[in-house]
Design a protein around this ligand. Structure first.
Ligand code: C2O
Ligand code: CU
Length: 474
């Protein structure tokens, strides 16, 4: 007698219930996300491949970027991290309003996973949007070696296909690598204090989806949703597409009123969903341009139009994404706190607390610290603030340094209220916000996710050298 699939499932399900009811959830196979050494063609040919650290499925060499994880809002993400590296590691699910125990912040929400060990991540992804996952242990090294991948949470009710929506979407993971002539990653600069005290360890090779000069195939007439993710450890990326107008529909995953822009600026860890109409001619190419500094726009990738006849253009205005489930901050009863950023080159940091002891700038630098939050140089030693669950936090981010910083809060999105006292137009929600040199950015959010949450600069060398702390929602 042949076992039909249905009967097989029923039979095995019954068996599990009888034998191991309490562990039924665990018995469902946990897909593996393996972190391990791999290689990738990062630099353009004829450069050799680059040895990297990367994520992949079990037993398969990892890819750059890591495999795309795609679920629908409200679904669970389940992955067994298997550590095939020579260092302890952990995975952070950046931007997800996650259960604290699953946040992957090594040293705060879990111990780092030792080489050869595993850790099961199992959490709900409540909000639709563009997210990413990356290493959260020695991240200044591990992310720079390649441990990052996209996490896409689709709208509960499909947006694509509705009038004015995109006809297709493309995930674009942008990254920045510091390579030497043989294609290898420049390892001597990991942890270099000079970079850390400036703009971070910038690279010399910018990639889109893991390769230089990537050509994204498009067809004339398409309306594309590009899910842009800046996975770089230090580089702020101003981006535009030659000859194509862009409309931003989401920032850091959360829907925003469609806004036509000339360029999109992504700090490390930030995302933007943009819609573009493919108005180019069949067979043509359009460069994706990056401002590499001083307004010098360089091509990093391109849209490659097929020779096919154009599809009928989408005439309807860009359709907004559904509103995110957002709790309005109650500013009247808010707890007010400040995050003072100090230090760095041309910063004049006089000293700061390190693990409970006050040190002067020279002693701090000897211990690899050149930045401070509220007079404390990095580490998990001191809680920055505590707030009662469901109360609104009004947080003033005061950048008293000569450098931009991308400040990231774990576990929450927040609204940007103002910059230098000027109200931010519209409702802009972020999990990472870029504060320009000397800028003061006010943000607010309802602290509705209990637990201990990290707050740090996402220029990961800044994080490692002092711009890191945590707060508690209880
Ligand atoms: Cu994207 Cu604390 O990290
Ligand atoms: Cu910074």
């Amino acid at each position: 007698m042949t076992l039909t699939r249905r009967r097989f499932l029923t039979a095995s399900g019954a068996g599990l219930c009888a034998l191991a009811a309490p562990t039924l959830a665990r018995a469902r196979a946990m897909p593996v996300l393996q972190a391990g050494p791999s290689s990738a063609q990062i630099a353009p040919l004829p450069y050799p491949v680059t040895p990297v650290w990367a994520y992949g499925p079990e037993g398969v060499r990892g890819t750059i970027p890591g495999p795309e994880i795609r679920v629908r809002a409200g679904d669970r993400v389940r992955r067994r991290l298997s550590n095939g590296l020579s260092q302890p590691t952990a995975v952070h699910w950046h931007g997800i309003r996650i259960d604290n125990a699953m946040d992957g912040a090594a040293g705060l929400t879990q111990d780092a996973v030792e080489p050869g060990d595993v850790f099961d991540y199992d959490f709900v992804a409540p909000d639709a949007g563009t997210y990413w996952y990356h290493s959260h242990n020695r991240s200044w090294e591990q992310v720079a070696r390649g441990l990052a991948g996209p996490l896409i949470v689709e709208e509960a009710e499909p947006w694509a296909g509705l009038e004015g929506a995109a006809t297709r979407e493309v995930t674009c993971v942008l990254d920045d690598w510091r390579l030497v002539a043989d294609g290898a990653i420049h390892e001597e600069s990991f942890g270099a204090l000079h970079d850390a005290a400036h703009g971070g360890r910038l690279g010399n090779t910018v990639t889109l989806n893991g390769a230089s000069e990537t050509a994204l195939p498009v067809r004339a007439g398409e309306r594309l949703r590009l899910r842009l993710i800046n996975a770089a450890t230090a580089r702020v990326m101003p981006l535009r597409i030659d000859g194509h107008a862009a409309t931003v529909i989401a920032r850091d995953g959360f829907a925003t009123a469609p806004q036509a822009v000339d360029q999109v600026v992504l700090a490390p860890a930030q995302r933007a969903d943009i819609v573009i109409d493919c108005t180019g001619a069949p067979g043509s190419r359009a460069s994706i341009l990056l401002d590499a500094g001083r307004g010098e726009w360089v091509p990093i990738a391109s849209l490659a139009y097929s020779g096919e006849a154009p599809l009928p253009a989408v005439e309807a205005p860009v359709r907004p994404l559904p509103d995110p489930a957002w709790r309005e901050p109650d500013l009247g009863s808010a707890q007010r706190e400040e995050l003072l950023m100090e230090g760095g080159a041309m910063g004049g940091l006089s000293g700061a607390m390190l693990d409970g002891t006050r040190l002067d700038a020279r002693a701090l630098a000897e211990k690899g610290k050149v930045w401070a939050f509220n007079g404390i140089a990095g580490g998990m030693h001191t809680r920055l603030f505590r707030i009662a669950r469901d109360r609104t936090m009004h947080l003033t981010l005061r950048n008293d340094t000569a450098w931009p910083h991308g400040i990231h809060l774990h576990g929450h999105h927040f609204q940007v209220l103002s910059r230098d006292g000027v109200a931010e137009p519209g409702r802009v929600l972020h999990d990472t916000v870029l504060a320009a040199p000397r800028e003061v950015v006010e943000i607010a959010f309802v602290a509705d996710n209990p637990g201990k949450w990290m707050i740090h600069c996402h220029m990961l060398d800044h994080q490692a050298s002092g711009m890191m702390g945590w707060f508690e929602v209880a």
